[in-house]
Design a protein around this ligand. Structure first.
Ligand code: SF4
Length: 363
């Protein structure tokens, strides 16, 4: 059995580790590219969300690379995510591919079904052993997320452009080699030291921007034209509201982001007091959090046609007004061009700089 799952940011680092511990042969899909998107746009429904199209392209490329078992996360409404797996399977079968398809439903929907999916991938795997593997693998995944988070903050201060990205690659390799709990702890410290050693200019006056929005757009750099790295190179300190391990962890304490889900809901409540699917409510709540923390601005990312984020987009003007924080909304689909996005981002940064200048003058 050769197993694959869609490409999404650093998720493959977690899957590589998890499947190795389970004795499962994992096929990492080739990094998402123009071809991946072209395949997805060609075979996916026109009005499907962008992540579904990229997922289809990932699956086709992984099947070409020898995968025979596709694993997709499940879910339930109110947005379309719960249908992704079903739609993707049908499209691929209609194209004539032969494969085994497995939906991994959330742990909160039933521990037994969750376990049985893993057991089907690794026959004979006991619940006890799975639990042990998940715990250690998850600790490692969290260490990867911490590295990425710190890199977003540090890049704005780097003296030599590209140093943070190079250090991140080196730190990733240190983490990837760790196996036992003790090794993971030691590697987490060692790899963080690699990131911290980047030559920085701590006196630099940087803009602080929060990134909010739909989960996939935030996590997969290909889908947003590498926006975070581009902003970092322009000297923008970034924090992001969504991290892969925060999203997966059932207790939703958001260890990486640093603000528990309950608090995010409270902050969103004056504007939106119910779950609208995806990260719609979270986008509103985290924008309030960034505003209260004195960030210069917020950038919201969403796929074209994303229902939860469109709800948030319609609410954010009130949040901007009440909390005096500029918000830039960027929508992505397969027609979106990088140049247009860069122009809008640069204009937004100019606005933030001008605001900051006029505020300082007013003091
Ligand atoms: S959150 Fe938005 S983009 Fe993601 S599946 Fe739901 S509707 Fe589509």
């Amino acid at each position: 059995m050769r197993v694959t799952a869609p490409q999404m940011g650093n998720l493959h680092l977690m899957l590589e580790d998890l499947f190795r511990r389970m004795g499962v042969d994992y096929v990492k899909p080739p990094p998402s590219s123009t071809r991946t998107l072209e395949l997805g746009a060609k075979y996916g429904p026109e009005f499907a969300c962008l992540p579904l199209k990229i997922n289809i392209g990932n699956f086709i490329e992984a099947l070409e690379a020898g995968a025979d078992t596709l694993v997709m996360a499940g879910g339930h409404g109110p947005c379309r995510f719960g249908y992704y797996g079903i739609v993707e399977e049908r499209i691929l079968r209609d194209l004539g591919y032969d494969f085994r398809f497995m939906m991994l439903e959330p742990f909160s929907d039933g521990a037994w079904a969750f376990y049985k999916t893993f057991e089907a991938l690794s026959p004979g795997l006991s619940i006890r052993k799975l639990w042990k593997i998940l715990k250690v693998s998850f600790a490692k995944a969290r260490a990867f997320d911490s590295l990425y988070k710190r890199a977003l903050e540090i890049r704005a201060y780097e003296v030599n452009r590209g140093d943070t990205t190079r250090a991140l690659k080196e730190a990733e390799a240190v983490m990837a080699a760790a196996d036992t709990r003790e090794e993971i702890e030691a590697a987490a410290a060692e790899s963080m030291a690699v990131i911290e050693a980047v030559d920085q200019d701590p006196g630099r006056d940087v803009l602080k921007v929060g990134i909010v929005g739909e989960f996939y757009l935030l996590l997969e750099p290909f889908s947003n034209f590498g926006l975070e790295e581009m902003l970092g190179h322009k000297g923008v300190y970034l924090e992001r509201s969504v991290w892969v391990t925060d999203w997966i962890a059932p207790h939703r304490k958001n260890i990486i982001f640093g603000y528990p889900h309950r608090l995010i809901e409270e902050k969103a409540a004056p504007y939106l007091d119910q779950n609208v699917g995806g990260e719609g409510r979270e986008t509103v709540g985290t924008t309030v959090i960034f505003a209260e923390r004195g960030f210069d601005g917020v950038i919201q990312l969403l796929p074209f046609g994303c229902m939860p984020e469109n709800i948030a987009t319609s609410i954010l003007p009130r949040v901007q007004q009440d909390h005096d924080i500029p918000v830039l909304t960027l929508t992505f689909d397969e027609q979106t061009g990088r140049a247009g996005m860069v122009t809008r981002v640069e204009a937004f940064l100019d606005l933030l700089k001008a605001r900051r200048g006029s505020r300082l003058q007013a003091v």
